[in-house]
Design a protein around this ligand. Structure first.
Ligand SMILES: NC(=O)c1ccc[n+]([C@@H]2O[C@H](COP(=O)([O-])OP(=O)(O)OC[C@H]3O[C@@H](n4cnc5c(N)ncnc54)[C@H](O)[C@@H]3O)[C@@H](O)[C@H]2O)c1
Length: 269
């Protein structure tokens, strides 16, 4: 998600610092943005001048202290609560006190991230969708601790990125994933039971519901590890059996088949 966010925010006219633990991966994210923009120029969807202007607003760093003067930091690391909490604690000590620290988490409790900092009123969720440059929605997630100014600023920020924000309370899965993931999970169950092939389930949901992609293609795009983490967080919160990840998904993650990012998931890439 990191490179997608960088593209969207820079296209919105704001300066972006992309931070990864390794300089090489921060550079790779910026290179991925450049590659995507070059394609848009080739297809005539973006002018060369606009591409250069967007790229000039993006910097890649590995040192967290480079974020000290940012007005907004959006955390988008692996979907693991303890990892995110540790990062929020660290960011809180580095980023200026007036800054908002937001998470792109898909399901985790934003209040726990907020309470890891000394500024819980200035923490919220800013949840983009994948691929961020193409998807119009952003969910603005309000934990119990957030003040109105934080939610208003996050909403304005999403609009500046050309997105259509919606506001939602801090409940696992927010709006979209709480409704989407029982469907994805049940699609795997249907395939496990031999009801239909993966290809036919995907074709049916595209042709019958006018969805742009079927559930297996979508799971591979989201990432099977991220999908499993989302289901586990939903199940932990609601104890609804529809959120209990089917065994196949857990085994595929254990086998390192994570979807597009490992070139193998339900499909091969
Ligand atoms: N994949 C999606 O469709 C999607 C959509 C919306 C939101 N999200 C959310 O975005 C976040 C990232 O998801 P992703 O799909 O990009 O995952 P990913 O696995 O592609 O990337 C996660 C990155 O986090 C890095 N990382 C792990 N621990 C770190 C740490 N301590 N400090 C810095 N970096 C660390 C990893 O090296 C990796 O590069 C998650 O919270 C996820 O829920 C994902």
């Amino acid at each position: 998600m990191g490179s997608g966010l960088a593209e969207v925010i820079a296209k919105g006219g704001m300066n972006v610092i992309v931070r990864s633990r390794q300089q090489a991966s921060a550079d790779a994210m910026v290179a991925a943005v450049a590659k995507g923009l070059d394609k848009q120029v080739e297809k005539g969807r973006l002018s060369a001048e606009d591409r250069d202007a967007v790229m000039s607003r993006i910097t890649a760093v590995s040192d967290l202290s480079a974020l000290a003067d940012c007005d907004l930091v959006i955390e988008s690391v692996v979907e693991d609560l303890e990892t995110k909490k540790a990062l929020f604690r660290e960011l809180d000590g580095i980023v200026k006190p007036s800054a908002i620290i937001a998470s792109n988490t898909s399901t985790l409790p934003v209040i726990e991230l907020a309470m890891s900092t000394g500024r819980p009123d200035k923490v919220c969720g800013i949840h983009f969708f994948n691929p961020a440059p193409a998807m119009p929605l952003v969910e603005i997630v309000r934990p119990l601790s957030a003040d109105d100014a934080t939610i208003a600023a996050a909403t304005e920020f999403a609009k500046s990125c050309g997105k259509g924000p919606v506001q939602v309370l801090d409940r696992a899965g927010f709006i979209v994933n709480a409704l989407l993931f029982p469907y994805l999970n049940n699609a795997i169950r249907m395939w496990e039971q031999g009801t239909a092939s993966m290809e036919d389930i995907d074709a049916a949901m595209k042709g019958g519901c006018n969805f742009p992609m079927g559930p297996f293609a979508l799971l591979d795009l989201v990432g099977l590890d991220t999908s499993l983490a989302i289901l586990d967080a939903l199940y932990t919160e609601f104890r609804d059996p529809n959120y209990a990840a089917v065994p196949t998904l857990r085994r595929m993650v254990a086998a390192g088949k994570l979807g597009r990012k490992t070139k193998a998931g339900f499909y091969s890439y």
